[in-house]
Ligand binder design. Structure first.
Ligand SMILES: Cc1ncc(COP(=O)(O)O)c(C=O)c1O
Length: 404
């Protein structure tokens, strides 16, 4: 970095920002040094279009071994046998989902996914995304009284619209997903079932969330959220779909895989199989649970009343405040949490909720007592509208106990 002082300063500033703020964005985490070292290794110099043993470039004998290692570790982590094929090349979660649609559907086919406002992802059929543009997208929501998934209703919609694929998975749904029920609904209407476990992959790996594998045809996941790896993604597909998925990833939508990322994914999958990771994942869930209870005690209203996983959603409408207001107040107070739609919200840009999760703070070493303190700061910033500078000072001093 000697030759680019301008960039060096910016990276140092971002490092300082991360060290001096409480990160409650549930899709973020702090990748370990080993992951950052692997990502910046010489592996980034190689081109290796194709797959192990059938590349379009020479010099790939070692890259082949790395990619096979990542594939095998992915299968081992989720205890999968021969019936499953693994593709570790997607650049990220959105391209992974795009490859699934491209490989298994025809343009214009009907897809059924969860509404954004109910906690689904843009790539599950939203109209501003490829998935909602290239396919006929129909969505299911949550029950208007409980804010929970209503599987009978999803079945009714599926029978009516006869989708080619049903997508389960969450971005902002704080409760357990019944993948078995989704599998039954898909079987009832002869649809494929795609389970997108990007947010909860680490919980599934640790046995803290029901596994989708017995009930899905395809499973996608990102590797940089609760799994704490590099930015990347993995597609698992039943063997009979393997070739279609491979061709969709390359040459369908991507060129050369990022071999440095593949190696860091291999590292991450091994780390996630260790007992230490399970301890971490348990703490993530315990912290989310305590944070949810503490926030309710502080006067906040939570969508579904709490959480089963690593995230929670505050509904700010009873306080007469928007998600944007709360996000800004929190950021000024050194707490980073993103505004988010809550069930019933019409506009994604000005939503009435704020989403919080515990993967990053747990990586930093915070425990349940710290979550009660964090909830108090959130109340002081959002409900009491206290001067953010004084809260920020307290937080900066508190964070010295938790070096990044
Ligand atoms: C459920 C789900 N799927 C896919 C994605 C997309 O991942 P990426 O941002 O890596 O493209 C996300 C990202 O938040 C997600 O939550």
């Amino acid at each position: 970095m000697k030759h680019d002082k301008e960039l060096e300063k910016l990276i140092a500033a971002e490092k300082y920002r991360q060290a001096t703020t409480i990160d409650l964005i549930p899709s973020e985490n702090l990748a370990p040094l080993a992951v950052r070292e692997i990502v910046s290794s010489v592996l980034m110099n190689k081109y290796s279009e194709g797959y192990p043993g059938r590349r379009y470039y020479p010099g790939n004998a070692i890259i082949d071994q790395i990619e096979l290692l990542a594939q095998n570790r992915a299968k081992k982590l989720f205890k999968l046998r021969g019936a499953w094929h693994v593709n570790v090349q997607p650049y990220s979660g959105s391209p992974a989902n795009m490859a699934v649609y491209l490989g298994l559907l025809n343009f214009g086919d009907t897809i059924l996914g969860m509404q954004l406002s109910a906690g689904g992802h843009l790539t599950h059929g939203h109209k501003v995304n490829f998935s909602g543009m290239a396919y006929k997208s129909v969505s299911y929501g949550v029950d208007s009284k409980t804010d929970l998934l209503d599987y009978n209703e999803i079945l009714k919609i599926a029978r009516r619209v006869k989708p080619k694929i049903i997508i389960s998975g969450l971005t902002a749904y704080p409760r357990t997903i019944d993948f078995k029920k989704f599998g039954e609904i898909a079987a009832d209407v002869r649809a494929l079932h795609l389970a997108d476990i990007s947010h909860i992959a680490g919980l599934v790996a640790a046995g803290l969330h029901v596994s989708p594998f017995p009930y899905a045809d395809v499973v996608t996941m990102t590797t940089h959220k609760i799994l704490r790896g590099p930015r990347g993604a993995v597609i698992f597909a039943k063997s009979n779909l393997a070739e279609k998925i491979n061709r969709a990833v390359f040459p369908g939508i991507q060129g050369g895989p990022h071999d440095n990322t593949t190696a860091a994914i291999a590292y991450t999958l091994k780390a996630a199989a260790e007992p230490r990771y399970k301890v971490y994942a348990k703490k993530v869930v315990a912290n989310a649970n305590v944070l949810a209870h503490a926030l309710k005690k502080e006067g906040f209203s939570l969508v579904t009343g709490g959480t089963d996983n690593h995230l929670l959603l505050i509904d700010l409408s009873p306080l007469g405040m928007t998600g944007k207001d709360a996000e800004t107040r929190l950021e000024k107070s050194s707490i980073i949490a993103n505004r988010n739609t809550v069930p019933g919200d019409e506009k994604a840009f000005n939503p009435s909720g704020i989403r919080m999760g515990t993967p990053a703070v747990t990586t930093r070493g915070m425990g349940v007592r710290d979550m009660r303190q964090v909830a108090e700061w959130i109340r002081r910033a959002v409900i009491d509208k206290e001067n953010p500078a004084s809260i920020s000072r307290e937080i900066k001093s508190f964070l010295k106990k938790f070096p990044v």
